[in-house]
Design a protein around this ligand. Structure first.
Ligand code: A3P
Length: 347
């Protein structure tokens, strides 16, 4: 379907020198280069800017299903649930084909363009038998999204951590979007470990330093609460399903029914039991198609962290001191004044 091209509506701005210096100090990966976008000041890797307009204009097909979130909200769990329901519980394929192949990650390129240049410059250090595989993986990760998505058969499943304002404005009128949200304090803890896991961040600071980046809108895709509010404001749209991690993990069966209804699918008793087992944290940890362990061989991960980590709601209490706890409460209160959005854990 032909869609009109719309100019990208947001301006980009440099971060302050103080912010740039702080990033240099806290991240061990030297190429971290962040900028701000639009009136809310969303933080983006600089490479996003070049493809922002293409992403904004990405043709949407009515059969597309997007899973959107702020990172670490339970995206992978939601993706797997959506994919299985949309594919009549094809567990065989789900276990065989990595989730990264079933769901292109819309903006992954923006984190990996600089990393790819570094790796290519040092490719002679990689074992010869692994070079071809690594080069192919890097090409896939940095390939322009327009090309990647245009070549995909329908229905397409797409993962994104971009705020809704960066996506094609016709998206919810055309396709289906499942957005998953989670208590920001747990997201901050999980994102801290994630920033230590992936070498493109290699975060070297303390959790308190990370929390300060997060709550002061200096981490990629923050301001967090604006990100969630944008999707929350669309939650009554028939093509938008808004989920909370805390509700999914507390009551998987109810979530499965909600997602099945949203996708217009029936679930048998047998399928329900198998889905609950397949989607459990314990199964996910062992499941190579979803646990991202395959990325280790590309030298993308540090050794002391894992992608499928704790899987608990409320774990933030072990990381926050009194000062951070109060800061978080005030931040939530100040930023939720203008909305009826409430996280299940703060009601
Ligand atoms: P923790 O770091 O708190 O453990 P995303 O997929 O958006 O990156 O989210 C990752 C978070 O979801 C991690 O949180 C991860 O452990 C958790 N998670 C992944 N699979 C899960 C599952 N099957 N059940 C519960 N939590 C899960």
């Amino acid at each position: 379907m032909e869609q009109n091209h719309i100019p990208f509506p947001y301006e980009f701005e440099e971060m302050t020198q103080e912010e740039k210096d702080e990033n240099k100090r806290l991240y061990n990966y030297p190429k971290i280069d962040l900028i701000r976008m639009g009136p809310k000041g969303y933080v983006m890797p600089r490479a996003y800017k070049e493809q922002a307009e293409s992403i904004y204009n990405l043709p949407i097909r009515p059969s597309d299903i997007y899973v959107a979130s702020f990172q670490r909200a339970g995206t992978t769990l939601t993706q797997e649930l959506v994919w299985l329901l949309a594919n009549d519980c094809d567990f065989k394929t789900a276990l065989e084909v990595p989730i990264t192949h079933r769901y292109p990650f819309l903006e992954i390129f923006m984190f990996y363009i600089e990393w790819k240049k570094d790796r290519l410059a040092k490719i002679h250090e990689v074992e010869e038998s692994k070079r071809e595989h690594l080069i192919k993986a890097m090409q896939v990760m940095t390939q322009p999204v327009m090309e990647k998505l245009a070549a995909m058969p329908s229905p397409r499943f797409v993962k994104t951590h971009l705020p809704m304002c960066c996506l094609n404005p016709t998206i919810v009128d055309t396709a289906k979007v499942v957005y998953v949200a989670r208590d920001p304090r747990d997201i901050a803890v999980s994102s801290y470990h994630h920033a230590r896991l992936f070498v493109v961040f290699d975060f070297g600071g303390t959790f308190k330093e990370f929390w300060n980046l997060f709550v002061n809108d200096r981490f990629p895709m923050t301001p967090f609460l604006d990100h969630v509010k944008e999707a929350w404001n669309l939650r009554h749209h028939p093509n938008m399903l808004f989920l909370f991690y805390e509700e999914i993990t507390k009551d998987m069966k109810t979530t499965i029914k909600r997602v099945a209804d949203f996708l217009g699918k029936e679930v048998t008793e047998d399928q329900m039991a198998r889905l609950c087992d397949h989607l459990s944290f314990e199964s996910f940890k062992k499941n190579k198609a979803v646990n991202y362990e395959d990325l280790r061989e590309f030298g993308m991960m540090t050794k002391d962290e894992v992608f499928i980590r704790k899987g608990k709601a409320g774990g933030w209490r072990d990381y926050f001191d009194e000062e951070m706890t109060q800061q978080a409460e005030k931040w939530l209160e100040d930023n939720l004044k203008d909305t009826d959005l409430r996280f299940p854990s703060t009601k």
